[in-house]
Design a protein around this ligand. Sequence first.
Ligand code: ATP
Length: 223
Amino acid sequence: MPLSPAIGLFGGTFDPIHNGHIYPVIAAAKLANIDSVALMPNYIPAHKNAAQSTSQQRLAMIKLVCDEYPLFYPEPWEIEQSKVSYSVETLLAFRQRHPHSPICFFIGSDSLYSLPKWHRWQELLGLCHFIVCQREHQTPPKAEENNQIIMQRILAKHQITQVALLQQKLAGYIYLAKTPEINVSSSQIRALLVKGQNPQGLLPSAIYRYIEQFKLYQQSTNI
Ligand code: ATP
């Protein structure tokens, strides 16, 4: 039976969502011929400190991005679970929901090299493909040496260069997309806001207005 079109999934803490999330994924989705990507904020992140803004605020900011960029739609699934968000559990649920669609999970290159630390990470490539967006200065320095060795082995087995293959199998490939490097992080934006500095240019203006309206990220906790 022919497969259904691939679905795109982009998860993160998005505290707040910024241009480094948006533009690389738009570029990568275009390369991979994916016309719809779910933006999915986690409830409690599995691999980092809890978010400073509430899950509803992060979801509201994501909805503003979806209003502006038709590629994206908001996916509240992890928030609705109200527990620590493990990608493997999310992907199992999405696989049930979409049994005939390849699932393409978008991540930044820093996340690729931390993959061996993810919960039940060996199961992930049985559930989805990874489309990896480039993230400036992140891959080699941030990655732990051991994880790099493991990931080089995984890449040797799973990396593809022909992007069309993503549509021909349900899961199991890693595609390193040549995407624009946008050097910004949520923590950098939070740090600017705490110092009273303006992060405009690093995130959509609608998100900046939302942050201003609800006075988010004014405390220095957990940057
Ligand atoms: P923080 O600074 O709080 O750690 P972050 O900016 O890394 O946050 P996350 O929400 O944790 O943002 O990231 C979600 C996903 O987006 C991850 O896969 C991450 O690698 C990717 N990502 C984040 N920023 C960028 C960027 N500038 N370029 C490419 N990918 C990015």
